[in-house]
Design a protein. Structure first.
Length: 244
C-alpha cells in the first residue's frame, strides 16, 4: 500500500511539473508573439500614435500581406484656411487610394449618408447620442488629400468607415459609391472587393504619391500642429463658450 502511495505521489509530481512547464511555455510563446506584433506595427507607425484600434487594424493589414510601404497612419494635412485635417489610415493600392476612418463605438448605429449627424443608441433605447456623419467626415479627409497633388484628380479614392467595438449598423441609408461601412472582422472582404471590382488606377508618379502621404504622416507627428489641430476642434465644438 505504501509503495502504491509513493508511486502515485511521484506520478502526481511529474504531472504537476509537466503542467507548469506547459503553462510557462505558453506564456513564453505569447510573449514572443506579442513582441513580434509590436515590431510589425513599428514597421509602419509608432506604438504611441493613434488609437489601439488603429494600430490593431494596421497589424491586421500587415498580417494579411499588405506591404508596409503602402500603409500610412495618423496623417495631418494643412488646408487652405490654415486649419488641419487629421486622417486615421491611408492605404495605396493598384486600384486607387483607400482612406479609412476608424471608429470605436458600442450600441445601435442609425444614419444616412445625406444627414449631418447620426445617432448611437445604447441600453435598448434608453440612451441616445448624436455624432457627426462619418461618411461626410471622411469625404472631407479625401478632399484634403486630393488637394495635395494634381494627379490625385484622376486617381480613384475609396472611403472606408471602419467600426470597432460592440456596435451594430442597425439602419444606414444612402451610402455613396466607393464608400463602405464595415465592422472590423470583415474589413479584409472590403479590400478584396475593391481589388476585384476595379481596374488599375492611372498613376503618373507613384513616388510623388508616397512622398505627399509621408509628409502628411510627418506633419501628424509634429507636436505644434497637433496642439493647433486640437485647439481648432475645441473651437469648432465651442464647449468653452457654454456657461451653465
Amino acid at each position: 500500500m505504501e509503495v502504491a502511495l509513493e508511486y502515485i505521489e511521484k506520478v502526481d509530481g511529474t504531472v504537476l511539473w509537466v503542467v507548469i512547464g506547459f503553462v510557462l511555455l505558453r506564456l513564453a510563446f505569447k510573449r514572443v508573439a506579442k513582441m513580434r506584433d509590436r515590431k510589425l506595427i513599428e514597421s509602419v507607425t509608432s506604438l504611441h500614435r493613434g488609437t489601439s484600434s488603429e494600430r490593431d487594424f494596421i497589424l491586421k493589414l500587415l498580417k494579411s500581406g499588405v506591404p508596409k510601404q503602402t500603409i500610412f497612419h495618423d496623417l495631418c494635412i494643412r488646408k487652405s484656411d490654415g486649419k488641419f485635417s487629421q486622417i486615421d489610415v491611408v492605404v495605396v493600392t493598384t486600384q486607387g487610394v483607400i482612406v479609412f476612418e476608424v471608429k470605436d463605438y458600442s450600441g445601435w448605429i442609425f444614419g444616412s449618408g445625406n444627414n449631418s449627424h447620426w445617432t448611437k443608441v445604447l441600453a435598448y433605447g434608453k440612451a441616445k447620442y448624436r455624432f457627426y456623419n462619418p461618411i461626410k467626415q471622411n469625404a472631407y479627409h479625401i478632399k484634403a488629400i486630393k488637394s495635395q497633388l494634381k494627379q490625385f484628380d484622376s486617381i480613384p479614392f475609396f472611403s472606408v468607415i471602419l467600426f470597432f467595438g460592440d456596435c451594430e449598423l442597425k439602419e444606414i441609408t444612402y451610402v455613396p459609391k466607393r464608400t463602405y461601412l464595415v465592422k472590423e472582422h470583415r474589413v479584409l472582404e472590403v479590400l478584396e472587393q475593391i481589388k476585384n471590382n476595379n481596374v488599375p488606377a492611372p498613376y503618373t508618379d507613384k513616388r510623388a504619391v508616397v512622398t505627399a502621404l509621408q509628409q502628411a504622416v510627418d506633419l501628424g507627428a509634429n507636436l505644434k500642429y497637433q496642439k493647433t489641430h486640437i485647439s481648432n476642434i475645441n473651437d469648432m465644438l465651442g464647449k468653452h463658450r457654454i456657461f451653465d
